[in-house]
Design a binder for this molecule. Structure first.
Ligand code: F6R
Length: 610
């Protein structure tokens, strides 16, 4: 977690850094700080709270600097205090650093440094690093050698940016386990945890590999590997533009991103379907012979991405003969699940930087599995480590609660499932054609639904005062119930649980009473009547009922208090539609409750620590 940014150029560094930090605030937002190099030494400013609070602090002193580093924090080691906020400096005040990640052996390093007489100001693991750098630099006088040595001392994950008062017009970066990208402009250079931080200035980027050290300067970028040997980097031009990182007239990023879902589906499907079949052979690099070697698929992810994997599980079971296993990455990585060269292991991660998902991928890869990443971020750690990648093409997602990337993940996973069905000969071509002809209509159906936001807004008013919710669904609608409950709890802080509808009578039914709304996801599918029975059970216990059902359903409205209709589609594709009203419901309830929707408490968008 945490967002870091660095700048060297001719612009006012504090403007570039504050702008960059605001664009990274989704990564952490309990405190923020920056260090600026000036003719009179380093100026370090830090503040508990949002980047806007730091900005107000800056206005009072208007420092003049063209070189600096900044940080927005999500606390791990040490409470949320000004002292613990980054940047951290060494005793002489000449070095300052910002850090994203965790230094696992910081306690032993701290004890060692204390024995040498170093005084610590904060409770953070990061402060150890700046003292190590300063001590080593005082001995070597060489910053590259210092940073090579540093890596040998640290255990854990880190993206570090280092500024030094006596090293004008350049700053240094080290990346191991935490994301860091570099941007090159005309006579200026940038580094940041994520591309949106410097998108207003450049779209030319370079990715760092594990252990890489970089110098970003007025003259450009130089990179060395962990041994200090120079490396040549490819410069990529990102196809994101700056408007994608702005709210574009919407009150919140989350609302904008919900409304982008039709577009996300279109761009994720674009170029990947031709003549009634999937056209992803080259992208995935699979052929029938390869696919015939797999007998099982492991789908691994966290949070919302995990729920997209649960949806995919259900279509993979239907369209292929493979044995499917789905798990959350934090469990998968420690279990003894049989994984070998006959396994296709699929890792789903919006950011491509989630620590548990990365660790799970490394384990599966070591076991010989063929690893596929479904991610939104080209160049992310996950995308670079796997054998095959399918990108979502959702554009940057800034709201902490995932919405459009969930939809994009499902689309990408459906393409993979269809492809596997064909390669293994388990999905007849006429069936594939029929499914694809419906899939390409889904973006339009999603857009029709988006126009009905007002209906959900009215519903939100009716239920916003409730303290608890129960979401239920069966089959492919069960993961959507899980996702609806997650959205509601994370942005409105209302307690919400989700159950497979058939499980209700095995426990949760005891909760039912007139103050517990039950939201049932019940499209017209093969399990419709079963879920209807569960609705009746809830009704008999006087629970207020809300149903997400298919347009034209005349039965459901007779049994429930409120109805949200979705357009008709094949059973398999209902998740693309049924999730939309649940996203709106969570959004409008959170809005009525005055929550910080784009940056909910305690959360960060990219969970780069275990
Ligand atoms: C919920 C949400 C999280 C993420 C989870 C995984 O709205 O955003 O649950 O889905 O942290 O993140 P990624 O997909 O980046 O691996």
């Amino acid at each position: 977690m945490c967002g870091i940014v660095g700048y060297v150029g001719r612009r006012n560094a504090s403007d570039v850094l504050i702008d960059g930090l605001k664009r990274l605030e989704y990564r952490g937002y309990d405190s923020a700080g920056l260090a600026l190099r000036t003719g009179d030494g380093l100026i370090i400013l830090k503040e508990v709270g949002k980047v806007a609070d730091l900005e107000r602090m800056l206005e009072e002193i208007s420092p003049c600097s063209t070189q600096g580093i900044g940080h927005t924090r999500w606390a791990t080691h040490g409470g949320v205090t000004q002292v613990n906020a980054h940047p951290h400096r060494d005793g002489s005040g000449k070095f300052a650093i910002v850090h994203n990640g965790i230094v696992e052996n910081y306690m032993e390093l701290k004890e060692e440094l204390e024995r040498e007489g170093v005084e610590f100001l904060s409770e953070t693991d990061t402060e150890v690093v700046v003292h190590l750098i300063a001590t080593s630099f005082s001995q070597t006088g060489d910053i590259l050698e210092t940073l090579v040595n540093l890596q040998g001392r640290l255990r854990g994950s880190f993206a570090l940016v280092v500024i030094q008062q006596d090293l004008p017009d350049r700053i240094y970066c080290v990346r191991k386990g935490s994301p860091l990208v570099l941007g090159s402009g005309d006579g200026e250079s940038f580094c940041a945890s994520d591309v949106p931080a410097f998108l207003p200035y450049t779209r030319k980027i370079q990715y760092l590999e594990e252990g890489d050290i970089a110098e970003i300067s007025l003259g450009g970028i130089r990179v060395w590997d962990e041994n200090g040997c120079p490396v040549e980097k490819t410069v990529f031009t990102v196809d994101w533009d700056v408007s994608m990182t702005e709210k574009s007239g919407f009150s919140h990023f989350m609302l904008k991103e919900i409304h982008e879902q039709g577009m996300v589906l279109r761009s994720t499907l674009k170029g990947r379907i031709a003549d009634g079949r999937t056209a992803v052979d080259q992208e995935l690099g699979w052929d029938a012979e390869m696919a015939s070697k797999w007998d099982k698929v492991h789908l691994v992810a966290c949070g919302t991405s995990y729920y997209s994997a649960l949806v995919a599980e259900r279509v993979l079971e239907k369209w292929t003969d493979l044995e499917i296993k789905v798990d959350v990455a934090s469990e998968y990585r420690y279990r003894h699940i049989k994984c070998d060269p006959s396994t296709l292991a699929v890792f789903v991660s919006q950011s491509g930087e989630t620590a548990d998902t990365l660790a799970a991928q490394r384990k599966a890869r070591a076991d010989g599995a063929h690893c596929l990443a479904i991610t939104n971020v080209r160049g992310s750690t996950l995308a670079r480590e796997v054998h095959s990648v399918m990108l979502l093409k959702a554009g940057p997602e800034i709201g902490v609660a995932a919405t459009k990337t969930f939809t994009g993940q499902m689309a990408a996973l459906f393409l993979v499932a269809l492809q596997l069905g064909r390669l293994r000969g388990t999905l007849p071509s006429d069936e594939e054609e029929r499914l694809i002809s419906e899939l390409i209509h889904i973006p339009y159906k999603v857009e029709l639904l988006l126009e009905r936001e007002n209906e959900v807004m009215e519903l939100a008013k009716r239920y916003a005062s409730k303290s608890n919710f129960l979401f239920i669904g069966r089959g492919i609608s069960f993961p959507i119930a899980l996702e609806g409950a997650l959205k509601l709890k994370e942005i409105s802080y209302i307690h919400a649980e989700a159950y497979a509808a058939g499980e209700m009578k095995h426990g949760p039914i005891a909760l039912l009473e007139p103050d517990l709304p039950v939201l049932a996801v019940i499209p017209r599918d093969g399990l419709y009547e079963k879920t209807l029975s569960n609705i009746q059970e809830a009704k008999a216990r006087n629970a207020p009922l809300i149903a997400v059902c298919t347009e034209g359903d005349t039965i459901i409205p007779q049994h429930v208090e409120s109805v949200i209709e979705i357009p008709w589609t094949d059973e398999e594709f209902t998740p693309f539609l049924s999730v939309v009203p649940l996203q709106f419901l969570a959004f409008h309830i959170a809005l009525l409750k005055g929550r910080e929707i784009d940056q909910p408490r305690n959360l960060a968008k990219s969970v780069t620590v275990e």
